[in-house]
Design a protein around this ligand. Structure first.
Ligand SMILES: C[S@@+](CC[C@H](N)C(=O)[O-])C[C@H]1O[C@@H](n2cnc3c(N)ncnc32)[C@H](O)[C@@H]1O
Ligand code: SF4
Length: 364
């Protein structure tokens, strides 16, 4: 039986966080209902892409998937299940936000086959959350954790964001310690990326607000990385930590260049050496004006992606893929402990992860 990796995008959020650079719009009941109908239509129209497959991973991401009712999410998943099989071996994740988690929804998710919840905590400090326009407090996060735990899912992942407005070294470490207390199997720790797509970009650029300096973020991450290692987490990708056996299969698919099928506006599909991205305008999508932008993924692009993605992980990159004229540079990396060579693979060390962008740009 062929396998599939399925992504479903839910683009709604209660409000826009100041730092967010993802595809999302403000939640609206009528639009969300239309969206559910439209995505079911899209899945039906493209059923051949998943028909007869066993889903290895299903990932419902956003935006805020938990903003939909349990019934709406069930309808979408039931449409998928008409064509692809989902069983207990499928890594089935739903991304949730604290303010929209309820025990009832978690019960519905479990019944649907969900075995992994990824929750965005970001910070445990209410002032930091407020300054970022997060739609929840830390108390809501802790209540959401109780609701998630009440249904005993196999895997819990918590997202933390380092460098936010109002944050400090102490605050960031305290946040990660709070995440650890919830006994997750997986933790993502992201360094804040403030680019043109986020609301805070011009405020930061014009010195109207302050976020943590890059070198301070790097120092904080170093402390957090060793804290998580001491607690038994494997630092398997620059921003991702997991207990053994709980590495995100969904992420690993991307890094290994495996095929995946995306449904919903803005969702990306990678199949038959083609990457196609659905339009990101939610209103157009709801009207059924679904269009895709296609890009051929030729051997050169594949090779570059393999090097770039491989070096972000502890699985490394096959040395045979790297150009011979980079040999001296690789030797320097190894000599100064930025990388190791194991089983003919070049693997960045913790020290190397900190400089990964520079190293990757040289090796590509
Ligand atoms: C797809 S987002 C959305 C998840 C969910 N809506 C939330 O906000 O909790 C997944 C994760 O990306 C991270 N993220 C969002 N914006 C970011 C940014 N500008 N820089 C770095 N990480 C970011 C956050 O940690 C977030 O939990
Ligand atoms: S960070 Fe999450 S909740 Fe905030 S706007 Fe972006 S997707 Fe929505």
């Amino acid at each position: 039986m062929k396998t599939s990796n399925i992504y479903i995008h839910i683009p709604f959020c209660r409000q826009r966080c100041t730092y967010c650079n993802f595809k999302s719009v403000k939640f609206n009941i009528a639009m969300a209902a239309d969206y559910v109908t439209a995505i079911i239509k899209e899945i039906r129209a493209r059923k051949n892409e998943i028909n007869g497959s066993m889903a290895k991973t299903v990932y419902i991401g956003g935006g805020t998937p938990s903003i939909l009712s349990g019934g709406q999410l069930t309808r979408i998943v039931n449409e998928i299940k008409k064509y692809a099989s989902i069983d207990e071996n499928t890594e089935f994740t739903v991304e949730v936000n604290p303010e929209s988690v309820t025990p009832e929804k978690m019960y519905v998710y479990k019944a649907m086959g969900v075995n992994r919840i990824s929750i965005g905590m970001q910070s445990s400090n209410n002032n930091v959350l407020k300054l970022s326009n997060r739609p929840h407090t830390n108390e809501q996060f802790l209540n959401a954790i109780k609701a998630i735990k009440s249904v005993k899912l196999k895997n819990l992942s918590i997202d933390c964001l380092i460098g936010l407005q109002g944050s400090s070294k102490e605050e960031a470490i305290k946040s990660v310690k709070q995440a650890l207390k919830q006994k997750p199997k997986h933790i993502s720790v992201y360094a804040l990326n403030c680019d043109e797509n986020c609301l805070m970009y011009s405020l930061v650029k014009n010195n109207k607000i302050k976020i943590m300096e890059d070198d301070e973020v790097a120092k904080v991450l170093e402390i957090i990385n060793s804290l998580l290692k001491r607690k038994g987490f494997i630092h398997y990708e620059i921003s991702n930590f997991a207990k053994k056996g709980f590495e995100s299969q969904h992420n690993i698919n991307y890094w290994y260049g495996e095929e995946y099928i995306g449904f919903g506006c803005g969702a990306v599909t990678y199949r038959n050496n083609t990457r196609s991205e659905c339009i990101s305008e939610v209103d157009e999508y709801c009207k059924g004006k679904v269009k895709y932008k296609e890009e051929d993924v030729n051997d050169k692009i594949k090779l570059e992606e393999k090097i770039m993605l491989g070096l972000r992980t502890i699985y490394g990159v096959d040395l045979t893929l790297i150009d011979d004229n980079k040999k001296d540079y690789i030797q320097t990396l190894v000599k100064h402990k930025f990388a190791i060579i194991k089983n003919n693979k070049l693997i960045l060390t913790e020290k190397g992860f900190n400089l990964s962008n520079q190293i990757i740009s040289v090796l590509m």
